[in-house]
Design a protein around this ligand. Structure first.
Ligand SMILES: *Cc1c(COP(=O)(O)O)cnc(C)c1O
Length: 393
């Protein structure tokens, strides 16, 4: 058998510290490595595999579409794109959609749209206020939007037009607002930042401030959308409606697709002002349509509330047992366990040995983001593995 990990070391750019595991197959919430060992997957492709691995609904939609039409460009109308657009618009508070290929690209499009709005409706305003500890993607502009020094510092100077302020502080947004501000862009829950949930009424207050000043509220629901928080979209949980919303991760259940949606008043692109070669092609749209339909038809988000609650209770139980756990937080199936010290790597390794895959979101925190189809038995197994792992340290 090839030593894939050694070959990766030789040929691939070393941008990430990988878990030493070569995965070859997946089904539901389980994956298998190249030695045939089985693991319970609570990483879920980084909150992407909403229906788990190789769900028949998704696999069949892909196979069928692959035999029918894969790519023709946006010069033409294609049916899966229109069907997915209708499904997202009819089930959200937004009026129109644009499809692209990733989360970062969705946010780029959202910011470009906000800048069109600023230019045409706000006297040329162009600045976007974002928050510290946020994550909006890896392009240069989204690196400027992402308020974390570790991502920004290697690439300075960064594109202008972004102001990073404290999260959970309306005052900070108020202070940063000037005549040049066109939008405020926030995650509903800061995912990559360690699963930080908004204070009560923060999003409502920001919404009111945006209304008062005529600014657009852009919600980055790339991680929180499509059922992850126990609602179809995270904004429903906090009683606000965005003017622009971005989606990606869970939307395709594993195929690369991103989207931004907007209220009619903000849909200001003229033909030719934005575009994409692959964006919204029949293959990914057919898969995303099948996945999203399944989530909606089966009210998967309601199941997420129940099973997410069980997972949170289980982890909370461990917190009472182990003083090394400082906090358990999150909503739905986006949860984090924070430790008193930087032991996340050790806990991750101890879980891996016992057959559970987790994500280290901070040196002192692990993130749990299993597929939305996860069952109570799998949740119980994961909790007992974390229990054994902590006991072994
Ligand atoms: C993952 C993520 C992105 C970036 O998505 P990519 O597909 O990796 O470009 C942006 N915003 C949030 C909130 C994310 O979780």
């Amino acid at each position: 058998m090839s030593n894939w990990q050694a070959l990766e070391q030789k040929y691939y750019m070393q941008t990430v510290k990988r878990t030493p595991l070569t995965l070859v197959r997946g089904q539901g919430a389980r994956v298998w490595d190249d030695k045939g060992r089985e693991y319970l997957d609570f990483v879920g492709g980084w909150a992407v595999n909403s229906l788990g691995h190789c769900h028949p609904v998704q696999a069949e939609a892909l196979a069928e579409q692959a035999k029918t039409l894969i790519q023709v460009s946006n010069q033409f109308y294609t049916i899966p794109q229109v069907k997915l657009a209708e499904l997202l618009v009819e089930n959200s508070c937004l009026d129109r959609v644009f499809f692209c290929n990733s989360g970062a690209e969705a946010n780029e499009g959202a910011v470009k749209l906000a800048r069109r709005y600023g230019k045409l409706k706000l006297d040329g305003a162009y600045e976007v206020i974002t928050t510290f500890n946020s994550f909006h993607g890896r392009t240069l502009a989204m690196t400027a939007a992402t308020g974390q020094t570790k991502f920004q510092e290697p690439y300075t100077p960064l594109p202008g037009g972004f102001i990073n302020v404290d999260y959970n502080s309306l005052e900070a947004i108020k202070e940063a607002t000037t005549r040049d501000t066109c939008a405020v862009m926030l995650e509903v829950v800061q995912g990559e930042g360690g699963v930080i949930i908004p204070d009560k009424d923060y999003l409502k207050q920001v919404r009111a401030w945006c209304d008062e000043k005529g600014l657009l509220l852009v919600l980055d629901e790339i991680q929180t959308g499509l059922g992850r928080l126990g609602r179809l979209f995270g904004y429903e949980l906090y009683g606000v409606e965005p003017d622009i919303m971005t989606l990606a991760k869970g939307l395709g259940g594993g195929v690369p697709i991103g989207a931004f949606l907007a209220k009619e008043k903000a849909c200001l692109f003229a033909p030719g002002e934005h575009g994409s070669t692959f964006g919204g092609n029949p293959l990914v749209c057919a898969a995303a349509y099948a996945v999203t339909r399944f989530i909606i038809d089966n009210k998967l988000y309601e199941k997420v509330q129940q099973v997410g609650g069980r997972l949170k209770d289980g982890l909370e139980g461990l917190r009472q047992k182990y003083p090394s756990i400082a906090a358990v937080r999150g909503v739905g199936l986006l949860l984090a366990m924070q430790f008193e010290s930087d032991i996340a790597d050790e806990v991750l390794a101890a879980c891996l040995e016992r057959g559970l895959l987790l994500n280290r979101v901070k040196p002192n925190a692990l993130r749990f983001m299993p597929p939305l189809i996860i069952g109570p038995d799998e949740v119980e197994r994961a909790v007992s593995i974390v229990d054994e792992a902590l006991a072994s340290l």
